[in-house]
Design a protein around this ligand. Structure first.
Ligand code: AP5
Length: 221
């Protein structure tokens, strides 16, 4: 099974993707996390990506496509993939289709996690992330037991520089302008499932589990 989990910034993709990938034995690729790893390593790709990420813009397609190709090539053919935050543009849609086709695979479904913009701003301005394992927390909705530190791996929690209200609204505008049209494309080809991102983390996890079970069983509508 190859799935994509899409949705606006802060809807909860990262919160749910790791658990979904573990439960359904999928390899998880979050393009945002991969870009931030390059940024931390201060390599050429990271330095290039920073210029766009700092402004809430999308990183150019050719950079993302090369990163995806390299990642997919390293994955065992027997395992499916969960693409988190990819594809986000029409070019990335075409690239992924061709890449998977060349490997004799295909994208089975795209899950669109949906939430309104004001709820997104509330979530992102309260987000804290573990520096070691990237798990997202929220200082009200999902507080750590010890302020500033991640419960499980003991990593330090930090705030992403693009999690201000202004930057969040910019990223939302980019999502509405560029990524929403590709969701219509996936609806047209019968691959889109819409799941509400509203409610508690547990509620959303349950809805996602129902959706992925239906995709796996071939009964998703
Ligand atoms: P990326 O890192 O992918 O950021 P994003 O898409 O803006 O998404 P986020 O990671 O911010 O949010 P999320 O949906 O994972 O939410 P989370 O689970 O953390 O991308 C960063 C940048 O990289 C982009 O701006 C772009 O420049 C570049 N980029 C990445 N991919 C690209 C691509 N394909 N093409 C081009 N450029 C690309 O949850 C948010 C908060 O809410 C957390 O605090 C969490 O604890 C809390 N929360 C989650 N669920 C709930 C709930 N149900 N109730 C209450 N709180 C909740």
């Amino acid at each position: 099974m190859n799935l994509a989990l899409l949705g606006p910034s802060g809807v909860g993709k990262g919160t749910h993707a790791v658990e979904l990938a573990t439960r359904y034995q999928l390899r998880h690729l979050a393009t945002g996390d991969l870009l931030r790893q390059n940024l931390q390593a201060r390599n050429a790709l990271g330095l290039l990506a920073r210029r766009y990420m700092e402004h809430g813009d999308l990183v150019p397609d050719e950079v993302i496509d090369a990163m995806i190709e390299e990642w997919v090539g390293r994955q065992p053919a027997s395992l499916g993939s969960l693409f988190d935050g990819f594809p986000r543009t029409a070019d990335q849609v075409r690239f992924l289709d061709e890449l998977l086709q060349g490997l004799g695979r295909r994208l089975d479904a795209v899950i669109y996690l949906r939430l309104d913009d004001d709820a997104i701003v509330e979530r992102l301005t309260g987000r804290q992330i573990c520096r070691s394992c990237q798990t997202p927390y929220h200082h009200r909705a999902r507080p750590p037991k010890l302020a500033g530190w991640f419960d499980h791996c003991g990593g330090e929690l930090y705030r992403r520089p693009d999690d201000t209200e202004e930057m969040t609204r910019t990223r939302l505008r980019v999502f509405h302008r560029t990524t929403e049209p590709i969701l219509s494309h996936y609806a047209d080809v019968g691959k889109l499932l819409i799941v509400s991102g509203a409610g508690s983390v547990g509620d959303v996890a349950q809805r996602l589990d129902v959706a992925v079970k239906a995709i796996a069983a071939g009964t998703a509508q």
